[in-house]
Design a protein around this ligand. Sequence first.
Ligand code: APR
Length: 308
Amino acid sequence: MRNKITIVGAGFVGATAAHWCAAKELGDVVLFDIVDGMPQGKALDLLQAGPVEGYDLHILGTNDYKDTANSDIVVVTAGLPRKPGMTREDLVNVNAKIIRGVIENVVAHSPKAIVILVTNPLDTMTYLAKKVSGLPRERIIGQAGILDSARMRAFISMELDVSVENIHAFVLGGHGDEMVPLARYSTVAGIPITELLSPERIEAIMDRTRKGGGEIVSLLKQGSAFFAPSAATMQMVEAILKDRKMILPCSVYLEGEYGLDDICFGVPVKLGRQGVEQIIQIELTDDEQAAMNKSAALIRSSMAALEL
Ligand code: APR
């Protein structure tokens, strides 16, 4: 049986996610959007790249949820991106309406799917989706930490002129300007960056990481980042479908882990065919835990806008 991956929202993030998905031959793709003709056109275009690129799978564009039935994974990118000067939290009201409707339809048609949220404000939308869907926390996961960690890895690579492959970084917490990059757990060929860079340079890298999404929004002037967000999402899809048991930072519903309860928040998890198969607890210093608490407070302020 081939895997079926539905992507809801065929805009920049969704269409690029479909592209990575096809290029990696992760499974058949259904691209859903409310705009008439647009997902159909993009799906056909992507399908027609197959003979050149050498991938061989079904790619369908649709405005009908019936076509998404019995998906193994559903990636949700539907919703507005931010504009220059906006925070992710500014999107909460408009995107909450969209996510509520999307999740009801997704779960009705694919009750067994693992659902990955990408829409911002990410942790708040993941929380809303968890509540609306009633899915167990193993199967409703937000994408943010892989992207934020990838940004930090890229900045460390630029700073040290070392291959990104040698660099590991850990960014936890909420996907907002209070996210928590952990220098102690960020390494170059296994060496913590605290032994390779001055505290000032590390702080500059962490600051650029926290503002990484905003930097791109300012440059683009309309819309937000999409290559790295969609690539990060596809790493989650691949880890799940191939049962890779990868340890990755993802936003999941916490029940006391890291001292936090009833919130979706970025923590290290093990991703495999069952979805979130384990939440990994790592030791934090008092300062790091304080940063996690501050980040959680920012998410709770945007969660307050949800009518649950
Ligand atoms: N159902 C399905 N699709 C929808 C719905 C809906 N109810 N409402 C809007 N959409 C679609 C839009 O038609 C559009 O094609 O969602 C798509 C969003 O695409 P873009 O505007 O290009 O935004 P994108 O850059 O892809 O970002 C999407 O991901 O990273 C986050 O902050 C970002 O919240 C934003 C989301």
